[in-house]
Design a protein around this ligand. Structure first.
Ligand code: 5AD
Ligand code: SF4
Length: 437
């Protein structure tokens, strides 16, 4: 069935920060074609669901979301499924649900053409992974939030046995140096004060002999950019140069997200992580030597196939040793097509639940400890948005903690704040003096 060309659109992103970045780029593409972003509460003619495939729950969300798009009068907007579910499931999505466009993460520069095709002929699908990068076909950045994302690397060659990313995002590809530096400058002109460099293996970024630390140094030369972050890193790509940048580049924020997944060497081997618990801890020692106040963050999977109670205890032991400032932990979710999904000894759901609860209690306690330790300190906060109370603003500390405080500073300002109190997930502060406007 054909539909009139859409005039308004909404993009909804799920999953990782790269999906947020991709969602913004798709919105820019549609706006460049003359479509208007639907306002809050306004029904859009075209809804783009930018999906995540990392765990089963994330995937199932897509289908319930499509169901919810039906309007009271029974009509539906045009629906485009983008992102990793589109890549992994392709035409299967159209068999399960009524959708108009299916577009993978490496093909979304074709979204306007696919929408036009769908309006004319019904379903349009593109899950190609073209050799030429999509980035060259995207419009210039015009207006962004003070904290902006910039994809520098995509894909993964590591093939952890639980993970769909190598299949949905493809092989490791680094964007070229000049394109990234140009985009960083464009982001600065468009309102960014902080740039987070993104990649599934961001620290594997390379251009000829240059590595991520060279790129960080170059972006640090852009005057209005006050803060640089990067995520997500793999332990095996944590080079000495990058570790030294945490000591030498003042604009590089004291925060490192370095997933370990588990504390048992047998489990790490079965996961094909190609590092041990000890080699991971050694990297963290070096990072802490370079930047003693660094906030560490990690990802964990409990209940990987074959994980015994004793092996899970090794994860807790590692967590106690590191004392993460923040962490993300998940129950293992078998993903179709990955080696671990076919392994024997899948762990019972009740055991996974119990392990996740114990792990999260420990991680939460450490996060609360880290937050409490910042009380009484003065720190710079990048103001990102209005808080819930009048006169209150919300921003981030260098250690990525949310800080709320009363101020007449504007979004994008960096102000010095005294931290007055710490909760489990955020801090409250008192403004001192304006550092930079
Ligand atoms: N099941 C559970 N968690 C997973 N992750 C990746 N794949 C799976 C899976 N199959 C987690 C890892 C990764 C984070 C992004 O998601 O911890 O670092
Ligand atoms: Fe989800 Fe991974 Fe795709 Fe990001 S790259 S959307 S985390 S499956």
């Amino acid at each position: 069935m054909t539909k009139p060309d859409p005039k308004t659109f909404a993009v909804k992103s799920y999953g990782c920060q790269m999906n947020v970045y991709d969602g913004e780029r798709m919105a820019e593409l549609l706006a460049a074609e003359g479509l208007r972003a639907a306002g809050e509460g306004e029904a859009a003619d075209l809804v783009v669901l930018n999906t995540c495939h990392i765990r089963e729950k994330a995937t199932e969300k897509v289908y319930s979301e499509i169901g919810r798009l039906k309007r009271p009068d029974g009509s539906r907007p045009m629906v485009a499924v983008a992102g990793c579910v589109a890549q992994a499931e392709g035409a299967e999505i159209a068999r399960r649900a009524r959708v108009d466009v299916v577009v993978g993460p490496q093909a979304y520069h074709n979204l306007p053409a696919l929408v036009a095709k769908a309006a004319k002929d019904g379903l349009a699908l593109d899950t190609g992974m073209p050799a030429a990068s999509k980035f060259g076909a995207l419009p210039a950045r015009r207006r962004v939030a003070p904290s902006a994302f910039l994809t520098v690397q995509e894909g993964c060659d590591k093939f952890c046995t639980y993970c769909v990313v190598p299949y949905t995002r493809g092989a490791e590809v680094s964007r070229p140096w000049a394109a990234i530096v140009d985009e960083a400058k464009a982001l600065a002109d468009a309102g960014a004060r902080e740039i987070t460099l993104l990649g599934q293996n961001v620290n594997a970024w390379r251009d000829d002999k240059r590595g991520l630390h060279d790129l960080i140094e170059a972006i640090a030369l852009i005057p209005v950019i006050a803060r640089i972050r990067y995520t997500t890193s793999h332990p095996n790509d944590m080079t000495d140069g990058l570790i030294a940048a945490h000591r030498d580049v003042a604009k590089l924020m004291p925060y490192l997200h370095l997933p370990v997944q588990a504390g048992s060497d047998r489990v790490l081997k079965a996961m094909n992580r190609s590092h041990s618990a000890a080699s991971y801890l050694k990297i963290l020692d070096k990072v802490r030597a370079a930047r003693p106040d660094i906030a560490l963050s990690g990802d964990f999977i409990v209940g990987f196939p074959g994980e015994t109670g004793a092996e899970f205890e090794e994860t807790l032991k590692l967590v106690d040793e590191v004392r993460y400032a923040q962490a993300f932990s998940f129950k293992y979710s078998p993903r179709p097509g990955t080696p671990a999904a076919d392994m024997a000894d899948q762990v019972a759901p009740e055991l996974m639940d119990a392990r996740l609860q114990r792990l999260q209690a420990r991680l939460n306690a450490h996060q609360a400890e880290f937050n409490a330790a910042t009380v009484g300190r003065r720190t710079e906060v990048l103001v990102e948005r209005q808080g819930r109370k009048p006169g209150q603003m919300l921003g981030k500390s260098p250690w990525l903690q949310s800080v709320h405080f009363e101020t007449d500073a504007r979004i994008g300002d960096i102000v010095e704040v005294g931290i007055a109190a710490a909760g489990p997930n955020s801090l409250s502060g008192v403004e001192r003096v304006s550092v930079a406007a």
